[in-house]
Design a protein around this ligand. Structure first.
Ligand code: ATP
Ligand code: MG
Length: 145
């Protein structure tokens, strides 16, 4: 159970969200300054604290700095920050990170699948073949001096 807070009604009962329910959509509605971002930051930090993975998309830019400032020590290294607005850090997500033949096939398959979906209108079997071969060549050639 993820604690959300204490209810105003019902004599101050604790209110929470089960882990299974938290995988579904959750609407947080409140006036400006009522604590929506603080609640979301606390929920993300609770997930991280419990060892659950979390993806945060922050179009406004105030939530991520708040979370980063409060990240536990052991969560810093595995955290990937993608910030297109900053020139001093590069996106550090290697979409071709794979170990071994099985992972290589899977990673390339996923990548080609994503491009096929994004560029459906321009995608054909030839493009599919070229992209798959190019990605496989990049991965296979990694250890060649
Ligand atoms: N439970 C709480 N108790 C006391 N103060 C709180 C609580 N939750 C948030 N605050 C404080 O209230 C202020 C506004 O919180 P927050 O930024 O989370 O609001 P918001 O609903 O996200 O606002 P906005 O709509 O502008 O994004 C912050 O200073 C925060 O520290
Ligand atoms: Mg906010």
């Amino acid at each position: 159970m993820k604690p959300l807070g204490v209810a105003d009604a019902g004599g101050g009962r604790s209110v929470g969200l089960t882990i299974a329910d938290s995988r579904h959509h959750l609407h947080v509605i409140g006036a400006t300054g009522s604590g929506k971002s603080t609640l979301m930051a606390n929920m993300v930090l609770a997930d991280i604290e419990a060892g659950r993975g979390a993806v945060v998309i922050d179009p406004k830019g105030d939530l991520v700095p708040d979370i980063i400032a409060r990240l536990p020590e052991r969560a810093i290294e595995p955290t990937i920050l993608l910030d297109p607005a900053r020139e001093d850090i590069r996106p550090a997500l290697n979409v071709l990170a794979a170990k071994g033949e099985q992972q290589t096939q899977l990673v390339v398959d996923n990548l080609v699948g994503i491009f096929r979906k994004i560029y459906t209108a321009y995608w054909g079997p030839r493009t599919d073949d070229i992209m798959r071969s190019a990605a496989l060549s990049l991965l296979r050639g990694r250890d060649v001096p």
